[in-house]
Design a protein around this ligand. Structure first.
Ligand code: CA
Ligand code: CA
Ligand code: CA
Ligand code: CA
Length: 686
């Protein structure tokens, strides 16, 4: 029921409103305000704001959504009330001043700012324009004040106090070479400050910039969109320095200025030159002034000095007078400093004249000098006087001895002596060495005239048994009045020692002067016969037997003598008793026949009965021995040794026939040893 009633009321009210609207449309002022004013930027007010009577009901006809309230001016508004439409005006005004925050700015000197760059966060419902309340000072440096005037479309204004910083730039940065080795923006801006929350000043240096080389370079600085250039002038105003170096050179050598200084110090490149040309032609210590010049043209003088060695190209040394050389020998003004060294081959022989090169070394420089081993000394010698025979020249060398020299020496006569003039004369001998050095020595020459031949004396006549030998000179001498060296010569060509007889031998000698002497001797070659050997036997027996001896004792003495005297030797001498007995008595050598013959002669001369016995002829070899009878019958008697001593010496003295048979059996080295023809000799005791 209630809703129904509200519906009724609404219908009623609507009807009334329509009536009113129609009334208003016909009479606006009676129902709507002609205009209303709003602040720019505010919303379009509700339509009721136009009603005079708050109970009026109506609506906008105008599309208020399309009204820009930020635009100052009037907007026509159509409002419908009831069935009628009414016109009104909306007036938009700006009465609120704008606001903004200051924005601090940073610029390089010489540039400027717009007012907009110095404010931010501008707030207003209408467009705002900025301008400087007063022109800022862009010509100064550092912080500068700036008043920015803000004005909106409604001519409302406001002042914002801002500021900006002006960086002062250096147009030219002069640097001493080598003093810095890096640069940054701060170096170009005296009033540099860090920009809070902003970009730094960037600094780009010239690619060619060399802090150690004099020149002008560029640095490019940038701050935001602004850029600027600064010149970097690298200069060198500091003179160079250096230490002097003592140098040593050979005469004729030169030095560059660089070789006379060291430890050159400077930040730029330094060239060296001589302030004055040094004296390279002299010797010893020389001054040198070295001018140092750097890239900046700064100069310094270094006082240095050098030493010039004066060298000897040839060092002459007399052979044998030195054992070595030292470096100082090759330098007239030698000093130890400088390290001059000598390179000497080991092959210098100070005894042998010749040229020997040696090297002098000074750093990298070498000089070749020559050691000349010379012989200018004449030979020396001792002299003696000489003599010779007339016309017998002698050598000049004979007059000199102890010759001393380092090379080969020859001797000659100054003038040829007269060897044909007997008597004493002076001779002069010239000694010359291999290098032509000569010395002269005097001596006496005695020329002897010898006309007397030598004299031969002594035992010129000699005797010798046939087959023997003769020492012709034995007992013969020769002497000369002048020639002490005269010698004895023998001509024995006429002598035949193998045949008995008398022969002539010629002794002769010739002295140095050719005087000859000749002397004759007689050589008697005598035969060997029983008379000779009997006499020899008698002499032997006189030594070995006495009158009181028995025959057996005498036989034993003879046996022993022959055994002691003889040594068995094969011989081709004739089998003759005298000849072989002679061999036994004089030589003591021979075969069994010699033993037998010697024993036979002695036994016979001693008066002892004896025979010779001979091995049978059918035996392979021959053998001879003795048979002896001392009054006890015949016995064998054989002094000759048996082969291999199968029968001893004592067994072979006076042995019986039965012993002979057994000995023959015992001696196996020979057949038929004591086998003999029994018919030729007396019967031997059995
Ligand atoms: Ca405003
Ligand atoms: Ca310098
Ligand atoms: Ca010499
Ligand atoms: Ca003489």
């Amino acid at each position: 029921m209630g809703n129904f009633m509200k519906f009724q009321k609404t219908i009623l009210c609507a009807a009334l409103a329509a009536i009113l609207c129609l009334a208003l449309y016909s009479c606006q002022s009676a129902q709507l305000k002609e205009s209303i004013v709003i602040e720019a930027g505010s919303a379009v007010p509700g339509v009721e704001e136009f009603y005079i009577n708050p109970k009026t009901a109506g609506k906008y006809v105008t599309d208020t959504e399309n009204i820009d309230t930020k635009k100052i001016g009037t907007e026509p508004i159509e409002i419908e009330i009831g069935a009628k439409k009414y016109a009104a005006t909306l007036i938009i005004k700006d009465t609120t001043p704008p606001t903004a925050s200051p924005a601090y700015a940073y610029i390089f000197g010489g540039s400027e700012l717009t007012p907009e760059e110095l404010v931010c966060d501008i707030e207003d419902m209408t467009n705002v324009t900025c301008s400087f309340a007063e022109p800022p000072d862009f010509s100064g440096y550092g912080w500068q004040e700036a008043s920015i005037l803000l004005a909106d479309e409604g001519n409302n204004t406001a002042i914002v106090e801002s500021k900006f910083y002006v960086f002062e730039l250096i147009g030219e940065l002069a640097l001493e070479a080598g003093s810095p080795v890096s640069l940054s923006a701060k170096d170009f801006v005296p009033n540099y400050i860090d920009i809070e929350d902003g970009p730094e000043i960037s600094c780009v240096l010239d690619e060619k910039l060399d802090f150690f080389s004099v020149g002008t370079y560029t640095a490019s600085l940038a701050l935001g969109d602004h850029s600027a250039h600064c010149a970097i002038i690298v200069q060198d105003t500091t003179p160079p320095s250096a230490t002097p170096v003592l140098a040593y050179i050979f005469g004729g050598g030169e030095l560059t200025p660089d070789e006379l200084v060291c430890d050159v110090e400077d930040m730029t490149e330094v060239t060296c030159s001589f302030a004055d040309p040094p004296d390279f032609s002299g010797y010893g210590w020389k001054e040198a002034k070295i001018l140092l010049t750097d890239e900046g043209g700064n100069t310094a003088i270094v006082e240095s000095k050098f030493y010039v060695f004066e060298l000897i190209g040839e060092l002459a040394i007399e052979a044998g007078t030195a054992e070595g050389v030292s470096i100082a020998d090759f330098v007239l003004n030698y000093i130890e400093e400088g390290g001059l060294s000598l390179e000497m081959p080991n092959s210098i022989n100070f005894m042998v004249p010749g040229d020997y090169p040696v090297g002098l070394k000074l750093g990298e420089h070498e000089f070749v000098s020559l050691v000349k081993i010379k012989d200018t000394t004449p030979p020396t010698a001792d002299t003696k006087n000489c003599q010779t025979y007339k016309n017998k020249p002698i050598s000049p060398v004979d007059f000199v001895y102890n010759i001393r020299d380092f090379s080969a020496v020859t001797a000659r006569y100054k003038t040829q002596p007269d060897f044909s003039a007997p008597g004493t004369q002076d001779v002069y001998i010239i000694l010359e060495d291999a290098f032509g050095n000569t010395s002269e020595y005097a001596a006496k020459l005695l020329v002897i005239e010898d006309t007397t031949p030598p004299k031969i004396s002594g035992e010129l006549n000699k005797r010798v048994a046939v087959g023997g030998t003769v020492s012709y000179r034995s007992g013969v001498s020769v002497a000369d009045d002048c020639d002490p060296n005269v010698s004895l010569e023998v001509d024995s060509s006429a002598v035949n020692l193998n045949a008995p007889g008398t022969y002539e031998v010629i002794y002769f000698a010739t002295d140095e002067s050719g005087n000859r002497v000749e002397a004759k001797g007689i050589i008697t070659v005598y035969a060997i016969d029983m008379e000779l050997v009997n006499a020899q036997a008698d002499e032997i027996l006189a030594q070995i037997i006495s009158s009181g001896m028995s025959a057996l004792e005498k036989a034993k003495a003879i046996y022993n003598w022959v055994d002691g005297k003889m040594k068995y030797t094969a011989t081709n001498a004739p089998r003759e008793i005298a000849r072989r007995a002679y061999d036994c008595f004089t030589k003591g050598s021979g075969d069994c026949y010699t033993y037998m013959a010697g024993a036979q002669v002695l036994l016979t001369r001693a008066g002892i009965e004896n025979r010779t016995v001979q091995r049978v002829s059918e035996a392979t070899t021959a053998h001879y021995w003795n048979l002896v009878n001392v009054g006890t019958g015949w016995h064998h008697f054989d002094v000759c040794p048996t082969p291999g001593n199968a029968v001893t010496i004592s067994q072979r003295f006076m042995f019986t026939e039965s012993q002979a048979v057994s000995y023959t059996k015992a001696i196996t080295a020979r057949d038929h040893y004591y086998d003999y023809d029994k018919s030729t000799v007396p019967e031997v005791v059995k």
